[in-house]
Ligand binder design. Structure first.
Ligand code: BTN
Length: 306
């Protein structure tokens, strides 16, 4: 109902009477009034006049009703420990494919290799629960698809030079604008769920805590609508994984990466290797040529361009 009321406000662009809303939506004027009060409590600037109600300006909100086509699968929380925790609970309870958990900020946001992901207000933090019908060995392709779709969308929406860095970071002018973390639950031959968490620096200023990071606002010099970015990303990513053959993901990803053919340092829990990144295989494994000419395959790790 809240989404439908907002839709009418946006269409009418002026004062809308209680009668009109109640007639169009088939509910009583008292019910409309209660929904308007709720929307005001959620921060929407709606004024009540003798002629009716008016939405004065729209806010950049991520409530489920802001995504009318997927409202029942969106969960928004102003503050969480980590969207990965909530998505994990929902997935274990059997939530459906493409359930999305969004947070305004995270108190214990986490990154790959047990790093902290600083998650202050202004950034975009969400986790998507996927239930793909694929064997576990192919699951990493979804992470590559996620970073590829996001990098292409950032280029298209904001005309910025967004590139992917192995495995799934997105850089603009060599500064990190987004990171992706995935958690998989699988049996030997079947994926039960894959939760992919996205941290995108949108209107926050991450450089104070992460000197090599940047945000859309820092690059573009203006505030960006998180809702519009998220809405477009969800549509693009869902359509990509439903329609595109995942066999082609890595070859397309390679066209948008800055990692290949350069010297890199790879840090894992166990060791550090340095060499030239000569390729990424069809499952996302990085192929390194070490100084002595030998080849090393790296499945996971932190990659530094040196
Ligand atoms: C990385 O680059 O190390 C990955 C960062 C992933 C951060 C996102 S923010 C939403 C989701 N919740 C988390 O706690 N982490 C991921």
């Amino acid at each position: 109902m809240k989404g439908q009321i907002l839709k009418i406000f946006k269409r009418e662009k002026g004062i809308v009477s209680g009668e009109t809303l109640s007639f169009e939506l088939g509910v009583s004027r008292v019910s409309i009034w209660k929904h308007i009060r709720k929307l005001q409590d959620f921060g929407y600037n709606i004024v009540a006049t003798t002629m009716g109600y008016q939405l004065i300006d729209s806010i950049d909100a991520l409530f489920p009703w802001e995504f009318p086509d997927r409202e029942s699968k969106i969960h928004f929380f102003p503050e969480v420990t980590s969207t990965m925790d909530i998505a994990g609970e929902l997935a274990r309870k059997g939530c459906s494919h493409f359930t999305v958990v969004i947070a305004g900020c995270q108190k214990k946001g986490r990154g790959r290799l047990k790093r902290i992901w600083h998650s202050s207000e202004g950034g975009l933090y969400f986790t998507i629960v996927l239930r793909p019908q694929i064997p576990p060995v192919l699951s990493l392709r979804l992470n590559f698809a996620a970073s590829l779709v996001l990098a292409k969308l950032l280029r298209q929406m904001f005309c910025i030079d967004a590139m992917v860095k192995w495995p799934n970071d997105i850089l603009v002018n060599n500064r990190k604008i987004s990171g992706i973390l995935s958690e998989i639950n699988a049996e030997s031959d079947r994926v039960s769920f894959i939760n992919i968490g996205f941290g995108i620096n949108v209107n926050n200023d991450p450089a104070s805590k992460e000197p090599t990071a940047t945000s859309l606002r820092c690059i573009l010099g203006k505030k960006i609508s998180k809702k519009q970015l998220l809405s477009e990303f969800l549509d693009k990513f869902e359509s990509y994984i439903d329609n595109v053959n995942l066999d082609n993901v890595i070859s397309e990803w390679k066209k948008h990466t800055t990692t290949l053919n350069r010297r890199v340092k790879i840090v894992t829990y166990h060791d550090v290797s340095e060499g030239v990144a000569i390729d990424v295989d069809e499952n996302g494994t990085l192929i390194l040529e070490l100084a002595d000419g030998s080849i090393k395959k790296v499945i996971y790790g932190d990659c530094f361009h040196v």
